[in-house]
Design a protein around this ligand. Structure first.
Ligand SMILES: [Zn+2]
Ligand SMILES: [Zn+2]
Length: 332
């Protein structure tokens, strides 16, 4: 939703990345104007399940009051989880006069390394990063899925289609009509690895990110600068495109998406520098998507916004249809 570092540009908003899995929606960072970015993306201001902040620099949280207020005006009732490093509680206290009362419960979680969200078949884990302030990266990690059930083999072994198939798929043994015992490992293929997406947030390249990203389907890493500005990257605890690509290569990720691009550098240069080291690098623009299929179905793919919303999309954003107003009359 936002791929620019520190300040927005005409074409790029400040940090915000939406993760969608099934019906779940999580937002990692919420820079100024994120609610408008969500609307412009064509996805709409979806009812987020959680917002995860990587750290408390303004370009990563200034969009919170706006989103909270709009949810309030809409009459949102479902609770919203806000996760961030220590300090996020105090930040909310500071913002309280701005935000005021909300009709929904805001659960604030100050997190350290470890699982911060656990849901059916997946979890989101936080890890420490290196940005000179308290900062976290996040890894969205799916559980492995059971292997494929081999119907033909089950039949040959004499298992009757029906409830016994289910017993085997859930890991139980069954006894066939002639008394033979069939074990699940005879009819179930290898477990299939779940998908993993890792988001670095703002950081120097660090081992914690590399460990979390080992073999990941997608690493979203910041690349604020190119090597030309390496000194500045070290001073400000950011990464260069070359450094991010080197980390991605060493971690063996399948795709690297670079974000948090400084307005001082052209994204084309960022991409060229990174691809010299890691060919599977993309530099998404705002509203681009990365689709991550299950591994047996293909490889991650960058879906440029024009492809998603059809031809005729404007260069500075999708020609998203105006949604009908959903807000009651209100004065802000
Ligand atoms: Zn930043
Ligand atoms: Zn920062």
């Amino acid at each position: 939703m936002g791929t620019s570092a520190s300040v927005p540009s005409a074409a790029r908003g400040t940090s915000a990345t939406l993760i969608a899995r099934g019906g779940a929606r999580w937002l990692v960072d919420c820079g100024e104007g994120t609610q408008r970015q969500l609307l412009r993306s064509g996805l709409g201001l979806t009812d987020l399940d959680a917002i995860l902040l990587t750290h408390l620099h303004g370009d990563h949280f200034l969009g919170l009051p706006g989103i909270f207020k709009t949810y309030g005006l809409r009459g949102r009732e479902r609770e919203l989880l806000l996760v961030g490093p220590p300090g996020v509680d105090a930040l909310l206290d500071t913002l309280h006069p701005v935000i005021g009362r909300l009709p929904f419960r805001l659960d604030v979680m100050e997190a350290g390394p470890g699982a911060v969200i656990r849901e059916d078949g997946m979890e989101i884990r936080a890890f420490h990063t290196d940005h000179g302030v308290r900062s976290l990266g996040y890894a969205v990690v799916e559980d492995d899925r059971p292997g494929v059930f081999d119907v033909d083999t089950a039949r040959v072994l004499g298992v009757t289609p029906g409830p016994d198939f289910g017993v085997l798929q859930r890991g139980g043994e069954v006894r066939t009509a002639d008394g033979t015992v069939v074990r699940p490992d005879q009819v179930m293929g290898e477990a299939r690895e779940g998908r993993t997406v890792v988001l670095s947030g703002d950081t120097r390249p660090c081992d914690a990110t590399k460990d979390a990203a080992r073999g990941a389907d997608l690493l979203v890493h910041e690349a604020t600068f190119t090597t030309e500005d390496r000194e500045r990257a070290i001073e400000t605890r950011h990464s260069t495109a070359l450094e991010a690509a080197t980390l991605a290569r060493d971690a063996g990720v399948r795709m690297l998406a670079l974000t948090h691009i400084s307005t001082r550098v052209h994204p084309r240069e960022v991409k060229a520098e990174a691809r010299g080291v890691f060919a599977g690098t993309v530099v998404p623009r705002d509203f681009d998507q990365v689709e991550i299929p299950f591994r047996e179905r293909g490889v991650p793919r960058l879906v440029p916004v024009q492809e998603r919303v059809g031809r005729g999309a404007r260069d500075d954003g999708p020609a998203a249809a105006e949604a009908p107003a959903t807000l009651p009359d209100a004065t802000l």
